[in-house]
Design a binder for this molecule. Sequence first.
Ligand code: ZN
Length: 352
Amino acid sequence: MIDLLKTLTSLHGPSGYEQEVSYFLRDYLKDKADQVEIDPIGNVIAKKKGAKAGPAILLTAHMDEVGFIVKKIEANGFLRFEKLGGNDDRNLVAQTVKLLGEKGHINGMIGTLSAHFAKFDDAQKVRKHSQLYIDVGASSHEEVIDMGIEVGTPITWGTDLQTLGTADEPKVRAKSLDDRAGCAVILQVLEEVGNDFAGELICLFTVQEEVGLRGAKTASEHIEADAAIAIDTTAVSDTLEQTMDQTLHLGKGTGIKVMDASLIVPKTMKQQLITLAKHYQIPYQLEVFTGIGTDGGAVTYANKGIPTGVLSIPSRYTHSAIELVDVGDLLATKELVKAFVKSVTPDSRFPF
Ligand SMILES: [Zn+2]
């Protein structure tokens, strides 16, 4: 699964520019699902029927990642940029980025004040993204244009996946684990269940979650599903930062969401996930966190209403170039999604 995650996080898909991920998933799923399509706004929808008849279950994760977009090219070749999604200004300086230019990917970095100049500046100052700039090694506006960069060129973090920690409890660090980790879980579940389930699995990989659950809103309006499981990462609160409340921890199991800013999870869905986790001894923690929203919020209130459970893959340093996920948590999430799919019978109902 780490290999799959490495491939998925090496793709670049800032909100609105998910093409690399969309086309990869379409090709990857071609032989693994009964049908797969990319809808007009880029969502990938794959459907697979089980061996027995039964309800339609929607599994969803988002393809996009937080990123940036070129706003202005300065005369001296530096680039001003706007944010795509919730990036914190404090995490931006001195980071590597990748520009998705018309002539290919281009390496860049967000410039910072040299340490040797720091004593002349206010140490408390946080520079806003609008004051920062990207350096691509060009020395003029013309050089930037020649490189295939223009206003509107999308940008992602420039970091690659690394494994950390002990062999017993490995962790992975990468950009875009939010939510390629969720995408990986769905792909793995699809692989492992074969057709040994009842009903139909509808796998939805959405665009533009990070800018307002936009892809999920459109797709779930026309997808006819009886229930859904959304899989996303969530921010843990287990580090030494002062504001951390130690309610969610890396390495303590998948997060069964109770509520966040986008939804209150229907009781029956939440309870079913808890029951399955206990039965199969899958480590889990309950998540109440209003600092985050997810596609589950768009899905559950869409159409006629689709009862939606949400599993959160615990992550440290979310929405940064160095998101960190525990492989055990990832596998626990995958096992619980699989257990849910396998628990569905031809007669399953998901009442209020
Ligand atoms: Zn996410």
